[in-house]
Write a protein that binds this ligand. Structure first.
Ligand code: NAP
Length: 338
């Protein structure tokens, strides 16, 4: 697969978001099958794998650790994230973002991942006001070889500037897709200006942009799509023109709507790396295959112009009807499984 740069790290143009294997989208595949899919992705050229301590509270890191332990460590790039507040199961007294708190958090993460360094270590859902302090601690961890690079998740442009001046950021990790273009205004241009990579999470808008879901699709259990607004029946119908658009281009380019949406993401910035979630073999093949779908500059401009004229209904938040998601908590507009 083609490669892209996130700071000094070289990663596959499309990575694998591992969250869904244990968290957020209802029951995933059995562990052994999940491990097989991670290995399948690697076999297809994907070397970039994303997890976080928040995902099913440490369980996702354990899963990723198991899956990656069987692959050569120097051939994979691990992206892991630390949550700024304590999670159930944290026993240490320190503030989570103090140097001691970050070091203890990192120790646990390294253990669960079965490695002695993390490639990109990202502050997940940032706190405000201590950007420089966290950046300074990250600089120390880089010097010590505990992490190779660091990042911020969903920061504002101002937070990026403050932190980057202290310890250069390799990549920010924020939502980006045809349905989530809010960071085009300031964060993407700033990443270009400062040479910072951009890891695009939920690049398929939680699967909506695959064109395989419709108002009749039933999501079960603690699948976030039972509550996130872009999947309400009304919004699924109202967003049909977007599916029609990508389906039309997919037919022209002899690929799938999912591939058009990922190929479009890739055109946004040469250091942008989408990390779709994929829990079935055919989707691993389909999504990673999008790296070979080339849109010309004219096609990209034409699709973007059509997108500009469309209204997108709903987003990834789901602040209503929470009763339907068992054992969940809400944090910054997201629903997290306990
Ligand atoms: N930093 C943050 O705050 C943050 C937030 C969210 C996510 N993330 C990271 O970003 C990664 C990706 O986010 P995401 O999982 O929301 O990504 P996504 O790719 O937008 O959505 C993933 C889901 O969409 C469906 N899907 C994906 N490809 C498909 C295809 N080709 N055909 C049909 N359905 C398809 C699958 O649902 P089913 O398997 O149910 O069919 C899959 O689980 C996560 O795994 C996580 O590592 C980070």
């Amino acid at each position: 697969m083609k490669k892209r740069k996130l700071g000094n790290l070289e990663v596959s143009a499309i990575g694998m978001g591992c969250m869904g294997f244990t968290h957020a989208y209802g029951e995933g595949p059995e562990e052994q099958e999940g491990v097989r899919l991670v290995h399948k992705a690697f076999e297809l050229g994907c070397n970039f794998f994303d997890t976080a301590e928040m995902y099913s509270y440490f369980e996702n890191e354990e899963f990723v650790g198991k899956a990656l332990r069987e692959l050569p460590r120097d051939k994979v790039v691990i992206s892991d994230k630390f949550w700024p507040e304590k999670l159930p199961g944290h026993t240490f007294a320190e503030d989570k973002l103090s140097e001691a708190g970050i070091r203890k958090t990192l120790e646990g993460q390294l253990q669960r991942l079965g490695t002695d360094y993390i490639d990109i270590y990202t502050e997940h859902q940032m706190r405000e006001g201590n950007e420089e302090e966290v950046a300074f601690i990250m600089g120390k961890l880089i010097k010590e070889g505990k992490i190779r690079a660091w990042g911020q998740s969903s920061p504002t442009a101002e937070q990026i500037r403050k932190a980057h001046a202290v310890t250069p950021i390799a990549a920010i990790q924020s939502e980006y897709s045809m349905m989530a273009r809010q960071w085009e205004k300031d964060v993407l241009p700033l990443c270009r200006e400062l040479g910072i990579g951009y890891v695009a999470f939920s690049p398929m808008a939680n699967g909506f942009l695959s064109g395989k879901y419709n108002a009749q699709t039933e999501f079960k259990g603690d699948d976030l799509r039972t509550v996130i607004t872009r999947f309400s029946k009304e919004n699924m119908n109202r967003n049909q023109p977007l599916i029609d658009l990508i389906t039309r281009y997919a037919a022209e380019k002899h690929c799938t709507p999912a591939q058009i949406s990922l190929a479009w993401d890739l055109m946004a910035y040469e250091s942008l790396v989408p990390i779709p979630g994929m829990r079935r073999e055919e989707r691993v093949i389909e999504n990673l295959g999008a790296a070979d779908v080339e849109l010309t500059a004219d096609e990209y401009a034409a699709i973007t112009a059509e997108l500009d004229r469309l209204t997108v209904y709903g987003d990834r938040t789901g602040l209503t009807n929470l009763a339907s998601v068992p054992e969940s908590t809400i944090d910054q507009g997201e629903v997290y499984k306990k």
